[in-house]
Design a protein around this ligand. Structure first.
Ligand code: COA
Length: 316
């Protein structure tokens, strides 16, 4: 079983920030464009509205700047920028390079594409950089799914939206906040959810739903075991915000009441790499997480990727 080496240098969050797409689109707005209804979308997905618009660089810069301001650190003290995204502004270079420039950072920068699991993949990667000697890493999850969504397709247009969430991770003298993690993928399922160059997202919604619950629960169970805790010890679960029914089914199978879940899906829709940080930092801003609480992050996405982590909330 995977264990975090006790000798590994740890990290914790010292600041965070979020941003949403610049325009609001309600379910009623979608009713005007396609054969759907506010009632259907709310009942089947939990989504009431979503926010779209703005480039990846714009949204990443907004959330990243807020995270740096909250941390109160000099941008020049950041040793690496990790940007989780499936919707880069350009094929080349990575959007992280443009965001590095717009935030005034002088450090290495790279994109991570693990679909909707990207933020947790990047969180684990950032911990690896800190274990290797980095002092501070800026971690951003941003997606502009509106750009690759067919706004005439009611199968996908009701779900996807734009947003960004960022965090500054700083090295600690102790083992830090990460207690356990799991990263997974099953490329044999890539045709359930994909987007070819120049085309829109294609999705077998029913099959994704069925698989999503199972892989979230599997991944979460592994992280909880690696952390050496039980699901009863988890104070807050922060699931990928794809569908409230997926969140509810996963909580059920993890023996956690839905009240333990952080949810912003009614407001944000599915923002892929941004979804977990949007929900996590919304909960933190609302005072839902106390010092010492155990928080489970768990995502799934195209690929089909899954990623989870158990952290002990010790944010500054
Ligand atoms: N508005 C109104 N009716 C709709 C609709 C829409 N947007 N989409 C489908 N329907 C209709 C269907 O035609 C069907 O009608 P019928 O019973 O008369 O045949 C009925 O609603 C049920 O359709 P179904 O496809 O079975 O709905 P569902 O309960 O599976 O919900 C999703 C569809 C896409 C919301 C759901 O499958 C889902 O969320 N899947 C996971 C997708 C996901 O998370 N993707 C991202 C992963 S990172």
């Amino acid at each position: 079983m995977r264990r975090i080496p006790t000798s590994a240098r740890g990290a914790r969050f010292i600041g965070w920030g979020t941003a949403l797409g610049h325009d609001t689109v309600t379910n009623h707005d979608l009713e005007q464009k396609m054969d759907t209804s506010d009632e259907w979308i709310r009942e089947r997905t939990g989504i009431e509205r979503r926010h779209i618009g703005g480039s990846n660089v714009e949204l990443s810069t907004e959330s990243g700047r807020r995270a740096l301001e909250m941390a109160g650190v000099d941008p020049l003290s950041i040793d690496a920028l990790v940007l989780a995204t499936t919707t880069p502004d350009r094929g080349v270079p990575g959007t992280s390079a443009s965001v590095q420039h717009s935030l005034g950072l002088k450090c290495g920068a790279f994109d991570v594409n693990a679909a909707c699991s990207g933020f947790v993949y990047s969180l684990v990667t950032a911990h690896g950089l800190i274990a290797m000697g980095a002092e501070r890493v800026l971690l951003i999850g941003t997606d502009v799914l509106s750009r690759i969504t067919d706004w005439n397709d009611r199968n996908t247009a009701i779900l996807f939206a734009d947003g960004s969430g960022a965090a500054v991770l700083e090295a600690t003298s102790d083992s830090g906040h990460l207690l356990g993690w799991d990263l997974d993928a099953d490329g044999s399922l890539e045709n359930l959810l994909y987007q070819d160059h120049g085309d829109f997202i294609k999705m077998d919604g029913k099959e994704v739903f069925r698989r999503a619950v199972r892989i979230m629960v599997d991944s979460a169970t592994k992280s909880i075991a690696h952390a050496g805790v039980t699901s009863d010890d988890i104070a807050l679960v922060v699931p990928h915000q794809a569908n409230i029914r997926i969140i509810s089914a996963a909580c059920d199978r993890l023996n956690m009441p839905l009240e333990k879940a952080a949810t912003v899906i009614h407001e944000t829709g599915n923002t892929s790499s941004a979804s977990i940080p949007l929900a996590l930092f919304d909960a933190a801003n609302k005072g839902r997480i106390k010092e010492g609480d155990l928080v489970l992050l768990v995502g799934f996405g195209a690929g089909m990727t899954a990623a989870s982590a158990v952290i002990r909330w010790t944010a500054r």
